[in-house]
Design a protein around this ligand. Structure first.
Ligand code: DER
Length: 233
């Protein structure tokens, strides 16, 4: 089974087993969630399922409207039953690294307004320790005017290297949906207490949010090469 098929089997499992009629859903960002929205659209079509979908990014909003799913927003739907989202890595304590797609701020806001956050991913995201598999570092969204002092503070406080995320199809840095920059902090191989690290990082003036999701994930589903799904919680 390919990685894409592994993503799809995880996405289908989550949508088929955790999405119920009249749900307010948070829709995450990235490539795995695309399969979840496709499956959701199939269920709406075949079962006349009633759902409202609250996006976590420009990409998620486009995905929802592309599939003619009812679009919601936090103003009118401040409490979300279930958010389905991807992740860059999940450790043994269910701490997530998110933000590989640059959408971590709205993803974390929506996750914080959700009764349950379910992560869907392929088997390469399942790790014992953060950093075992995902080597690009923890994404940290920062106010552009402060990215250099923030970078220096992070490196002084925790070691490693915090790199400004460069755009591919544009000269200069990636600019998020919220108009900010992203520093990818490649951290040293240390047994960090991630809840404390997350708190310390967010206390740095100019840090908007981190891609560390601590104690936020209800369950994670990993599609396997053999075609089945492994569930962790
Ligand atoms: O940016 C994000 O947080 C995405 O959810 C990312 O972590 C997962 O993206 P993928 O499904 O394309 O691997």
């Amino acid at each position: 089974m390919s990685l894409e098929e592994a993503k799809q089997v995880a996405a289908n499992y989550a949508v088929d087993n955790f999405v119920f009629n009249n749900s307010i859903l948070g829709i995450g960002s990235g490539s795995t969630v695309v399969y979840a929205v496709q499956r959701l659209a199939e269920r709406v079509e075949t079962e006349n399922l009633k759902v409202t979908c609250v996006p976590t990014s420009f990409q998620a909003k486009r995905l929802i409207t592309k599939h003619n799913l009812p679009l919601g927003e936090l103003d009118t739907n401040p409490v979300i039953e279930l958010t389905i989202d991807g992740a860059d890595e999940v450790d043994s304590k269910m701490t997530l690294i998110k933000g590989g797609g640059g959408c971590l701020l709205q993803e974390k806001i929506i996750a914080s307004c959700s009764n349950k956050l379910i992560v869907i991913a392929d088997y390469t995201k399942d790790a014992k320790k953060l950093g075992d598999r995902y080597k690009k570092g923890i994404p940290i969204e920062v106010v552009p005017m402060a990215y250099v002092p923030i970078k220096k503070k992070i490196e002084a406080m925790f070691g490693g290297k915090a790199k400004l995320r460069k755009a591919i199809a544009k000269a200069g840095p990636v600019v998020t949906d919220n108009g900010n920059f992203i520093l990818d902090w490649v951290f040293p191989n240390t047994d960090f207490e991630w809840e404390k690290v997350n708190q310390d990082l967010t206390m740095i003036p100019g840090v908007v949010e981190t891609g560390l999701f601590v104690n936020m994930c209800y369950k994670a589903f990993f599609g396997q090469p053999e075609g089945h799904v492994v569930e962790r919680d």
